[in-house]
Design a protein around this ligand. Structure first.
Ligand SMILES: N[C@@H]1[C@@H](O)[C@H](O)[C@@H](COP(=O)(O)O)O[C@@H]1O
Length: 248
């Protein structure tokens, strides 16, 4: 596992964009994209490189990690909409090349199985961007999730609904269910790129990287993967062990 600790969020974005750019330039690539606020500066940096440096996504395709159940795709907070407004619509990544679970499917369980199969038949994800929830979730795999789980319908933890209420008018508008790639699905990506910024992530990041591998902290499955890059700002890294901080 490589851990990079950067002084500022802007440096985190540059560092994460560097990792992604090396894949994007290398040929056809399948990106795993995350939503949430953490990767937004990284996406902005990639958009800048597209506009100013000719970075092309024409040979890329992408799968999203997760989606709320019950929100129409047209809802501004559906992850289908968010990834387009924050990233995809600003670069030459074809809209049809970006897949996500359909949160309004009449049978969400069947949709989860379809999405899992779609990722597999595309040959899997080359590089998966991940954020981390303040409770240690990745995707929407909440504490208690089986470490080998596949794409499934899940319930959002109350902590997650509280954290995400800022994107909605009130907490009552935050969906209670989701379709998320499972921890086993995420672990099959060939490279995991976890981005963490801000003091609110410090506890969860330390538990994920240094604590026991346990479903109490879903992000601890990163310790089971051979190719992981963690990029954090100083605030998020403040609880990491001294050796990691010294290596930065
Ligand atoms: N499902 C998403 C995750 O994919 C994201 O990584 C995490 C952290 O979000 P943020 O980056 O906004 O802190 O929670 C959200 O609910």
């Amino acid at each position: 596992m490589e851990i990079r600790i950067e002084a500022h969020v802007a440096h985190v974005a540059v560092s994460a964009a560097d990792v992604l750019e090396s894949y994007i330039r290398s040929g056809p690539v399948t990106l795993g994209l995350a939503t949430g606020s953490t990767p937004v500066p990284t996406y902005r940096e990639l958009i800048r490189r597209h506009r100013e440096e000719g970075l092309s996504f024409a040979r890329s395709r992408a799968f999203l990690l997760d989606e709320y159940v019950g929100l129409a795709r047209s809802h501004p907070e559906s992850y289908y909409s968010v990834i387009r407004s924050e990233f995809v619509s600003h670069v030459d990544l074809a809209d049809t090349a970006v897949q996500s679970p359909a949160g309004q499917a009449t049978d969400p369980e069947q949709e989860a199985a379809r999405y899992e199969a779609a990722i597999r038949s595309a040959g899997g994800v080359d590089i998966q961007v991940l954020g981390i929830g303040s409770n240690g979730h990745i995707g929407f795999n909440e504490p208690g999730e089986h470490l080998d789980s596949r794409t499934h319908v899940g319930l959002l933890a109350e902590q997650t609904r509280t954290d995400n209420a800022r994107f909605f008018e009130s907490i009552d508008d935050v969906p209670r269910r989701c379709i998320t790639q499972g921890l086993g699905t995420i672990r099959e990506a060939r490279h995991l790129l976890l981005i963490a910024t801000g003091a609110a992530k410090a506890e969860a990041l330390a538990a994920a990287l240094h604590g026991p591998i346990t479903s109490d902290c879903p992000a601890s499955v990163l310790q089971l993967h051979e190719n992981v890059t963690v990029i954090a700002d100083k605030a998020a890294a403040s609880r990491l062990q001294r050796a990691d901080c010294g290596a930065a």
